[in-house]
Unconditional design. Structure first.
Length: 171
């Protein structure tokens, strides 16, 4: 994949681009540390605990006419809508994107934040919580054809590895 240029990035909800966004941060996962030091010890002892899927935050210009992007995110925050894998995609270029892996969910924890300056343009930002699974980096929805001696050729979607505590995307 190589180095990425921000001008090709975007945030997509339910297949529609969230308009006017200009910055995003994928906070990554965090692992809890569990202390189990006993009396008389001089050095603390720890165990690896649960993994927190982290947060995705993105910001840009506030657009009241964006009914398929910003408004959908605002409604999701208000209603507590649970986003399934693929409902929210954060593109790193024109093809590859992050979404929560199978079995995970996401939900909007911050929306309707609007900033204004007398000499500027209204801004907004959103935060989405990742839960139950790590984010995974997926390639474009391409099909690969494979054949085996006992069956005819079949098409199957291709995927890349998940972002997890033990692995990171190599593509």
């Amino acid at each position: 994949m190589g180095v990425k240029v921000g001008k090709f990035a975007k945030v997509v909800i339910d297949g529609a681009t969230v308009l006017e966004m200009g910055s995003y941060t994928i906070g990554g996962f965090n692992r809890d540390t569990l202390e189990y030091t006993s009396f008389g010890s001089t050095i603390k002892k720890f165990l690896a605990g649960h993994v927190d899927g982290g947060d995705i935050s993105f910001s840009g210009f506030y657009d009241t006419t964006d009914t398929t992007g910003q408004r959908v995110l605002e409604n999701a925050a208000e209603t507590g809508r649970i986003l399934a894998p693929g409902d929210l995609k954060v593109y790193v270029d024109a093809s590859y994107y992050f979404t929560v892996a199978s079995g995970g969910t996401m939900f909007v924890t911050k929306a309707k934040s609007v900033g204004m300056d007398k000499a500027g343009i209204a801004t907004t930002d959103f935060t989405v919580k990742v839960a139950g699974a790590a984010l995974e980096l997926l390639p474009p929805a391409s099909l690969s054809v494979s054949a085996s001696p006992s069956t005819s050729p079949s098409a199957s979607p291709s995927k890349s590895s998940s972002v997890s505590p033990s692995a990171s995307p190599s593509a």
